[in-house]
Design a protein around this ligand. Structure first.
Ligand SMILES: Nc1ncnc2c1ncn2[C@@H]1O[C@H](COP(=O)(O)OP(=O)(O)OP(=O)(O)O)[C@@H](O)[C@H]1O
Ligand SMILES: Nc1ncnc2c1ncn2[C@@H]1O[C@H](COP(=O)(O)OP(=O)(O)OP(=O)(O)O)[C@@H](O)[C@H]1O
Ligand SMILES: [Mg+2]
Ligand SMILES: [Mg+2]
Lengths: 228, 228
């Protein structure tokens, strides 16, 4: 499903020049895998996830998604991939502040052309799966940090995408709620074959995965067993 | 230092009416204490921290800070308390997006009337304490999630406030960086007697504290030993 070869990413530096943030990344992920990504703060995990999610482009190297080189796709095709085939849980949630959470969760369904009543029904059901059905009409800023994180998770599940990229999805959640979310993810992976790539810094969360990729200074330094 | 009695907080509900978010909170914290606050997502921890930090007011009950009833203070005195005597690490960081991180960290010093060169010097030193001295001129959106969290921590330490309120300060940090931050907090508490109140959902982080307060549905259900 995902083929990354010799991938690198530079960012411009404030004083001029560039800083390499990802270097020489080789990675291959098959459909249905459940992969945990770990690594120190600033090691490049979110940058890598943004490239996988077609939200950013590499400076060098190739990224093939479902057999297609992402660099060759036009912007319509990229938008379609992002909105309908990839579910993204952002480290910063990225919710629309002026919309209700049921509208936020329904946004990928809107992009998929789903009608209004059906969007509301599906979004309500997703909110119930993360324990927030009773707050459907609330705005994000009327919710706690962990509640907003759960809205971001529910939105990523809309459209039942074949690939879910989750960047620290339990960072603001207590142990009980984290377990509920990880149990949900594990079920989606086991029952529907959804490919799941999850960034976390908590070993207890990483243990739900079947493969661990470790980043350090923009490189992959481990790729294999989840032995924590 | 902190005396809370019969404190409650309601929020207006979207459909009309109110929802109680905090109820009948009694709590007393002496100077120099190191308290961890835990509880499920949505149980009222951040709401309580905002009231302690003089950013919000209770609906009922009293809050005395350093012997003064906060409800009786005028807005100038409240602003002075917030900017000079309390350091707040927000769950959502709350950094100014259009300022460099060294200016962000220097903001409390500006409120304290510290001159420009001295502000820069102190802010640079604080950034170095959290491992970000080399990124002083970066904007927050040029940093990783964990780096932004560390800028928020550094800013809370400016002015060496006698009280630090930290709302999930390690939520986006890997184990190594979390340990560095908690070691820094423990040293400030042990050597300078700074009172530290820290919300976390991770038992490993709570264990640095000497007292644990547990929230559930807006109530305090445990207040005592950190036995996790
Ligand atoms: N402005 C608001 N209007 C309505 N309800 C609110 C508002 N702000 C917070 N709430 C509600 O108050 C409750 C407590 O929120 P709070 O942010 O204090 O929880 P928390 O314990 O910090 O949770 P978390 O661990 O998820 O950060 C939640 O149910 C939240 O939805
Ligand atoms: N727009 C940008 N300009 C310059 N540098 C950037 C930019 N965005 C990210 N970086 C840098 O790239 C590096 C990797 O960032 P990234 O967000 O991928 O880290 P991360 O592994 O997700 O960290 P965390 O665990 O703290 O979330 C960091 O040093 C960061 O400061
Ligand atoms: Mg990140
Ligand atoms: Mg909170």
């Amino acid at each position: 499903l995902i083929q990354v070869a010799r991938l690198g990413k530079d960012y411009p530096l404030v004083g001029g020049g560039v800083t390499p943030v990802l270097r020489d990344i080789d990675l291959s992920i098959a459909p249905g895998e459940f992969v945990a990504i770990m690594g120190p703060s600033g090691s490049g995990k979110s940058t890598f996830m943004n490239i996988l999610g077609c939200l950013d482009t590499p400076s060098v190297g190739v990224y093939h998604l479902a057999g297609q080189s992402v660099a060759t796709l036009d912007s319509d095709r990229l938008a379609e991939l992002r909105n309908r085939h990839i579910g993204f849980v952002f480290q910063g949630f990225n919710l629309l502040q002026r919309s209700s959470i049921v509208d936020n969760v329904g946004l990928p369904l809107l992009y998929a052309g789903v009608g209004k009543a059906e969007r509301r029904r599906q979004a309500q059901s997703l909110l119930e799966q993360v324990g927030l059905g009773h707050r459907a009409d609330a705005r994000p800023n009327q919710l706690s940090g962990g509640q907003q994180q759960r809205v971001a998770i529910a939105r990523a599940l809309a459209n039942q995408p074949p690939l879910i990229l989750a960047d620290e999805p339990t960072g603001n959640l207590d142990t009980q709620t984290s377990t509920e979310i990880m149990t949900l993810f594990r079920r989606l992976n086991a029952e529907q074959g959804i490919t799941l790539i999850l960034v976390t810094h908590e070993p207890d969360i990483a243990r739900y995965a079947r493969r661990l990729v470790r980043f350090k200074d923009g490189h992959i330094v481990h790729d294999g067993e989840v032995r924590l």
